[in-house]
Write a protein that binds this ligand. Structure first.
Ligand code: PLP
Length: 386
């Protein structure tokens, strides 16, 4: 059989041997899974991806989604978790023990670095930060076990040099885990560039409806997967097959959404760049954004999530009024759905040595008509002149 394109394979329904043939994926729910005899029950093995033993450890629906997500990232294994943040905590929990050290970037998703601090305070796991823009700040000492990467940072948008970070970490036998949610399993070949673990918040583009929480942890290496799976087996992080099926329904067309929204977001980001109220646009695909040349080298597309820095003289009160005046961009966290979103961030609170004086506002561009979104921004930004 000729080798098929990844998307052709992903879109084709799974082969079905029954005489009910459909293109839809069915929802297999379970707590109890029954065994044909006692011998099969005794022979059950949680390490075997083809076996079913209990609802918590997977049903055909959850495994179907796991297979497709691993395939999308050109990897072998996938574990589903109840949210993106659960996927992050799950990796830290699986790979670190008391006395170990983890390196996190200063631009990590705030709840991830907060969790690192919690692990340090409560479980004796040392946490150190590095600047993702400066490789010489990556200080790998003897007991460092894990290098965390988020590229780009989902608020401050710096793109990290993933191949260089992986080379450096692997020289010291340190594992590299990447929160690659912005690239959504589409725009960054995480494993080809050297990473060991890819983390996705499926809550975003993969689910696409602003109504599902889920995360994934994808790996190539079987032993690493089994290490993670052992934690999964012990902690009981199950996901709903109904939710998996909703993501399976969305998966065949999420690439098209991602690409269309990328086009709209770049148009809006360029429009904002020329606006007198805006000091800087932090969008990895735009020249001048931190790590833009690395984005050009490593990425094949961009999420429709970016930030802007206002001119320093514009007060927070004025910016708040401007955000409140937006009609199409709704105020709220997360991203990946159809509707455009906006959130102001207080970077001085969360980031030491944050270099900008102006306020940061993050935009997520949805599927609305791009000119309507620009018109909405235009009327709201005009309030800054009053
Ligand atoms: C980069 C990144 N990783 C992880 C998460 C967590 O995902 P979830 O909201 O599914 O917990 C988020 C959420 O916004 C995120 O932006």
């Amino acid at each position: 059989m000729p080798k098929k394109n990844l998307w052709t394979k992903l879109i084709q329904p799974d082969t079905d041997n029954s005489n009910f043939r459909t293109l839809a994926s069915s929802v297999e729910r379970a707590s109890t899974v029954t065994f044909p005899d006692v011998e099969s029950l005794r022979k059950r093995n949680w390490r075997d991806e083809n076996q079913y033993s209990y609802g918590l450890y997977g049903t055909p629906t959850t495994k179907r989604l796991e297979r497709k997500l691993a395939m999308l990232e050109d990897a072998e294994h996938c574990i589903l978790l109840p949210s993106g943040l659960a996927a992050i905590s799950f990796v830290l929990l699986s790979l670190l023990k008391s006395g170990d050290r983890v390196l996190m970037p200063t631009n990590a998703y705030e709840p991830a670095s907060d969790l690192g601090k919690h692990f340090q305070e409560c479980f004796g796991i040392e946490l150190a930060f590095y600047d993702p823009q400066q490789l010489d700040t990556v200080d790998i000492t003897g007991n460092t076990r894990l290098l965390w990467v988020e590229t780009p940072g989902s608020v401050s948008m710096e793109v990290a040099d993933l191949p260089a970070l992986c080379k450096l970490a692997h020289r010291h036998d340190v594992l590299v885990a990447v929160d690659a949610t912005w690239a959504a399993g589409l725009a960054l070949p995480v494993f080809k560039l050297g990473a060991d673990i890819s983390i996705q918040a499926l809550t975003k583009y993969q689910s696409g409806g602003s109504d599902i929480m889920m995360g994934s942890v994808v790996t190539r290496d079987k032993n690493l997967h089994l290490r993670l799976l052992a934690t999964h087996m012990r902690f009981g992080f199950g996901v709903s097959p109904e939710d998996c099926n909703i993501i399976l329904r969305s998966l065949p067309h999420y690439r098209l959404r991602y690409q269309a929204q990328d086009v709209s977001a770049r148009k809006i980001a360029s429009w904002l760049k020329a606006h007198p109220a805006v000091k800087q646009v932090l969008h990895p695909a735009l020249p001048g954004s931190p790590g833009h040349t690395i984005w050009q080298r490593d990425f094949s597309g961009a999420a429709s999530l970016f930030s802007i820095i206002f001119q320093p003289h514009i007060t927070q009160e004025k910016i708040d009024r401007c955000i409140n005046a937006l009609n199409l961009f709704r105020i709220g966290f997360s991203w990946g759905g159809s509707c455009s979103l906006v959130v102001p961030y207080d970077m001085k609170r969360t980031r030491q040595n944050w270099p900008h004086k102006g306020q940061l506002v993050r935009f997520y561009v949805g599927l609305e008509e791009v000119d309507d979104l620009i018109e909405d921004l235009d009327q709201a930004l005009s309030l800054l002149q009053e």
